[in-house]
Design a protein around this ligand. Structure first.
Ligand code: SAM
Ligand code: DTB
Ligand code: SF4
Length: 388
């Protein structure tokens, strides 16, 4: 039975976040030791199973089709390719796999069936399976649960107020509705956010209020530092200071004592000493592998050296909750309903998102002009050749 407090206010969280660092670290490490083994850190692996071409306008995301990030997109991966990647990850010490798809939402049909098959295959390899596939309905969550999904990742990203400055194609409540649908099943909830998008400390606290007042609290909370990708609306954001990450991790640990706090995007910019302080402050998971979804991540051998240096052990799977059983497709109780989740489409304008979109349009125009010039020059060459 959880004893976590669920009625944190923004003021209380700000007081925790802003206290002298040594007090904050001591408090967070004390809470951490009460609920977790301080020398165990979960190693998880990200797999981008469908890359790029997303219709949403998330200002941080290199996979949004409307920004010009030069990213090479990919269709949905085959089940056998996923299996091979997962076997590699398992061999290098990973106990959890998170499959990400650049989708706004899940659509019932052959692609979702293929993802369900991936979940079955990975669960049978005795790895915790997590997916992040965008918005979903209750029936879709039930089908994922039946296939053996352990966790669903759906981030709140920031406070409700600042979310409006980041995304215009969906609202905060849409995110909460998806989390609610996941909660109706046995699948655990993974939800966190990003720091360094230009938000205030009050927004970080606001996000932690939204997460910690969920009942039950999310079993997993990823804390990402923005990876400012060229071409996205946030390309010019300055990197956060390590102190912000340490304070954010420590505060997350204090307000959500039982959750797995995941030190996620942004580790390439962090020193070993900085990461060690994050582990001391309560982070107990990393994403390993030289790529996150589309951006670089530290080398796995370097991470293992860091574990050795700090005396950390990789966490075994299913420590916090039992492995879910897998039901085969032919025995499924939850049939496809041909559904798509409903969402609010606020469509307010965000200046920096509009500017980045305009840049993409301009670049496309130029590319078209170049292409048509090249095309026009072909008959001219042919004429010259014929003239010889
Ligand atoms: N499309 C799905 C969705 O939005 O829920 C899943 C994939 S999405 C890439 C998963 C999460 O990655 C986002 O919610 C965001 O928190 C994080 N993310 C994406 N781009 C990032 C970036 N440039 N820096 C840090 N975190 C990022
Ligand atoms: C999360 O909060 N962070 C991970 C995982 N959940 C899916 C993704 C980070 C993505 C960073 C940008 C990229 O590599 O595309
Ligand atoms: Fe699409 Fe997810 Fe990226 Fe937003 S974060 S643009 S929903 S892939």
């Amino acid at each position: 039975m959880s004893t976590a407090k669920h009625h944190w206010t923004r003021e209380e969280i700000l007081t925790i976040y802003n206290q002298p660092l040594m007090e904050l670290l001591y408090q967070a490490a004390t809470v951490h030791r009460k609920h977790h083994d301080p020398n165990t850190v979960q190693v998880a692996t990200l797999l981008s199973i469908k890359t790029g071409g997303c219709p949403e306008d998330c200002g941080y995301c290199p996979q949004a089709a409307r920004y010009h990030t030069g990213l090479e997109g990919n269709d949905l991966m085959s089940v056998s390719h996923v299996k091979a990647q997962v076997l590699r990850a398992k061999a290098s010490g990973s106990s959890r796999v998170c499959m990400g798809a650049a989708w706004r939402n899940i659509k019932d049909g052959p692609e979702f069936d293929q993802v369900l098959e991936m979940v079955r295959v990975i669960n049978k390899l005795d790895m915790e399976v997590c997916c992040t596939l965008g918005m979903l309905t209750e029936n879709q969550a039930q089908r994922l649960a039946e296939a053996g999904l352990y966790a669903y990742n759906h981030n709140l990203d920031s406070s409700e107020e600042y979310y409006k400055e980041v995304i215009s194609t969906r609202g905060y409540q849409d995110r909460l509705d998806t989390i609610d649908n996941v909660r109706k099943t046995n699948v655990t909830v993974c939800s966190g956010g990003i720091i360094g998008m230009g938000e205030k400390i009050e927004d970080r606290a606001g996000m932690l209020v939204a997460l910690s007042t969920l009942n039950p609290q999310p079993e997993s909370v990823p804390i990402n530092a923005l990876v400012a990708v060229e071409g996205t609306p946030m390309e010019e954001q300055k990197p956060i200071e390590i102190w912000d990450m340490i304070r954010m991790v420590a505060t997350t640990r204090i307000v959500m004592p039982e959750t797995q706090v995941r030190l996620s995007a942004g580790r390439t910019e962090m020193s070993r000493e900085g990461q060690a302080m994050c582990f001391f402050a309560g982070a107990n998971s990393i994403f390993a592998g030289d790529r996150l979804l589309t951006t670089p991540n530290p080398d796995v051998h370097e991470d293992m050296k860091m574990f050795e240096l700090l005396g950390l052990n990789p966490q075994k799977p299913f420590i916090k909750k039992m492995q879910p059983p897998t039901v085969e497709a032919k025995d499924s109780q939850f049939k496809s309903l041909g559904e798509k989740p409903k969402w609010s489409r606020p469509e307010h304008k965000i200046d920096r998102n509009e500017k980045a979109r305009e840049k993409e349009r301009e670049k496309r125009k130029i590319e078209k002009v170049i292409q048509s010039t090249v095309n026009q020059s072909i008959p001219e060459k042919e004429i010259q050749a014929a003239d010889k």
